[in-house]
Design a protein around this ligand. Sequence first.
Ligand SMILES: [Zn+2]
Ligand SMILES: [Zn+2]
Length: 342
Amino acid sequence: MIPRMPPQEARLGFVYSAPFRIQGVSVAGEQAVVHVPELDLVFDIGLCPRPVLASPIVALSHTHMDHVAGLPYWFSQRAFQKMPGTARCLVHPKMVEPVRRMMAAWVDLERQQTPHEIIPIEPDSEYQLRPNMFIRAIEVSHTTPALAFVVIERRSKLRDEFHGVSQERLRELRGQGVEITKTIEIPLVAYTGDTEIGEFLFREEFRQAQVVITECTFFEDEHRDRAKVGKHIHVEDLRPLLEAWTARDIIIGHVSRRTLIPFARERIEAIAGPDRAKSVHLLMDHRSNRTRHENQVAAFENSAGILKGQKGELSSGTPGGSALDMPTSTSEMTVDGIDGHL
Ligand SMILES: [Zn+2]
Ligand SMILES: [Zn+2]
């Protein structure tokens, strides 16, 4: 008898929550690696699938093997493939030394200097990703020191009292040193890492994040104790969390391999209700995620087709260009115009 061919390598899970692609593999105890290309960022690196080489920063939630094993390989491959940007790993301050020792051992083993930067990130401190974007670490509770992360965008907004004031007058006021804007924080993507439920997951950053990527390791009623001992989230814990989080999409990873996807979906629907459950996705539910993606593509093509049609009609009847290129309201235009210069 001829043996079968080996199974294909684990596919990356994929959820698109515009404008963010959330892609990776996340199975409890085996590997967790979640890549968000639009942020140029990787959360955890249990193994190193090829696409994550493109991003230069890993935010490491904690140092369990299923989250850290791909780190030396990632550093090494990024150097080998001459990827741009210095490779950096953000780590809980208590685990910086062991991670550095691990990397030092690899330098000894390979007899070559793999460039790497291990950067401590204190709970409640931030690391700048872009001029207006940073990642904040939040201490969570697991069986090792552990961090959650939230990527936050800072935007300047016109203060309420200046709405409706002409651009000219605003420029004048600025010239006089008047603070016409305030800075607001917009939490974009939050990542829990491995953790038990705790008040830290109800912080404003988590409540307001546009996308939350959360672990949920256990789904069976009889596994509540195991979740407690291993300091993980049980599906029952999602009940208050889904109420608190306003995210347009919630992505669940770190499901144990024993848990069948249809059963997990059923439990999520029971807990979240059918409406909210529509915005809760299992990262490794390839079938549902593919259907959702196909629908997204179809909807986009549809609207693009409609817009194209409208544009053709409008531009033929409107000299001087299409009305669709104009902002939808003048107040928006004023605020955006001002913000754009700050
Ligand atoms: Zn884990
Ligand atoms: Zn863990």
